[in-house]
Design a protein around this ligand. Structure first.
Ligand SMILES: Cc1ncc(COP(=O)(O)O)c(C=O)c1O
Length: 440
């Protein structure tokens, strides 16, 4: 198993993260447990900020909180000077309750409800990333009602789709998100925004994919955006103050994953903007990005306790843990791959290939197919690294399994940032109507 950030093997042969023994963490907080390496989160934030500082561009690095959104996380990114991207009233509420400054919040989403828009307007958030004509109209109306002006970016689909090693130019993109370029919707959206009394158009946004290793997709997107903005200026006289290139920067989940470092993505983007905007005589915009996974993904490790071990001779050995698709939906949702190790026996040789099964009543609830581990016994503590993004964020109560606790570890101290759910939490919102009470 690859050791990210401050993870190491300690003198007891145990996995240690942030100076804390993982076996002790499992004993103190129970399992499953999400353990976040706080220093690594901070280092990742700083890598993006420092790279932009060196580029000379005005910038905002907005943490995409969909990857992992809790009050402590919002406070941490505030401390690191990042802006915050939210996509729902729930994420917005979490950030506001944590005391995160509203003026640095950007609000995304392809179907923001009137209530969500009102909440964001009343809080005075920094920017709405408007996704469609319905939203433009609604937001303009709600802002006008309040005597406010809403700053907006328009999300456009730039005709570039990137995934891991490759990107493709897709022409008119078939996407539920944003205004597309080829049909002219994006230009129409610019015109509508400029005419809207209560909207202030800052510029445009695009997001080309996720878990992207190469920089060429971002560079291609910058080219498409520069072409579009030139057309916009010629047609309307509008010059964009802001260009937001979204998130999608890759991380190392398993051997063979080859992400770039944050500074390499930032360098490729800023150089492309210099080149593509410079050659078209378009003033340089302020650059915003929205990394999520690459801030928190490698920082999170999930600890499980091994329960049943079932061997089908000549077929497979199933090692079942006390969590599964309820705390990590990604393998079931899109066949995501992970590594694993026994946190209590890190120095033992890997003896056999086993498969890690979750405890849900679902054959597809398999966390890892085929991972080499030392002979596994019930009671072992299994560590799955790289679960920091879209793990807790997608956690659910399928089979009425409680959601795990979350701890931040740093310099030998562990702080609980989300308590483990209780059985009472599971029934807290349940009601039994009178008419289905037993009549005696
Ligand atoms: C608009 C937008 N921005 C940012 C992100 C964050 O992406 P990632 O976590 O891959 O960096 C996403 C992810 O879906 C997104 O849709």
């Amino acid at each position: 198993m690859y050791l990210h950030g401050t993870s190491r093997i300690n003198s007891r042969g145990h996995l240690e993260i942030g100076g804390c023994d993982a076996v002790q963490l499992a004993a103190d907080f129970g399992t499953p447990l999400y353990v976040y390496d706080e220093q690594l989160i901070r280092d990742n934030c700083r890598a993006y900020v420092e790279a932009f500082q060196q580029s000379g561009f005005a910038f905002q690095v907005a943490y995409a909180s969909k990857a992992f959104c809790t009050m402590a996380m919002c406070k941490l990114v505030e401390e690191e000077g990042l802006s915050l991207d939210v996509v729902s009233g729930g994420e917005l509420y979490t950030a506001l309750k944590a005391g995160y400054p509203a003026s640095r919040i950007h609000f995304h989403g392809n179907n923001k409800s009137p209530e969500e828009l009102e909440m964001a307007l009343d809080a005075g958030i920094g920017c709405f990333v408007a996704d469609n004509f319905y939203e433009l109209e609604l937001l303009n109306h709600l802002a006008k009602e309040r005597g406010k002006t809403a700053a907006i970016l328009l999300r456009i689909t730039p005709g570039v789709e990137a995934h891991t090693h490759e990107y493709i130019s897709t022409g008119q993109q078939d996407s539920k998100f944003g205004f597309d370029l080829l049909s002219g919707q994006a230009l129409q959206a610019i015109r509508n925004s400029l005419q809207a009394e209560a909207l202030e158009l800052l510029g445009v946004h695009c997001h080309i994919g996720s878990q992207i290793f190469e920089t060429d997709g971002f560079v291609a997107a910058v080219g498409h955006i520069a072409d579009f903005l030139l057309e916009v200026t010629q047609a309307t006289g509008f010059t964009a103050k802001v260009v937001n290139l979204g998130g999608g920067y890759g991380i190392r989940y398993v051997e063979g994953d080859t992400p770039r470092r944050p500074e390499e993505y930032v360098k490729a983007i800023t150089e492309a903007v210099r080149r593509e905007f410079g050659s078209r005589n378009i003033p340089f915009p302020e650059l915003w990005i929205e990394p999520g996974r690459s801030i928190v993904g490698e920082s999170g490790t999930t600890l499980y306790t091994v329960g049943s071990v079932k061997e089908i001779p000549g077929v497979r050995k199933y090692v079942a843990v006390d969590g599964g698709m309820t705390d990590n939906l990604r393998p079931a949702l899109y066949q995501a791959k992970y590594e694993a190790a026994l946190a209590n026996r890190m120095n033992e040789q890997s003896g056999e290939l086993v498969s890690i099964a979750g405890k849900c009543c679902e054959s597809g609830d398999m966390l890892i197919w085929d991972v080499a581990l030392p002979p596994v016994r019930p009671g072992d503590i299994l560590a799955v690294p790289c679960t920091g993004a879209y793990g807790y964020a997608m956690a659910n109560n399928y089979n009425r399994i409680v959601r795990p606790a979350v701890v931040f570890v740093k310099d030998g101290s562990a702080e609980l940032i989300v308590k483990r759910e209780t059985l009472d939490d599971l029934i807290r919102l349940d009601r039994i109507p009178n008419r289905i009470q037993l009549q005696r």
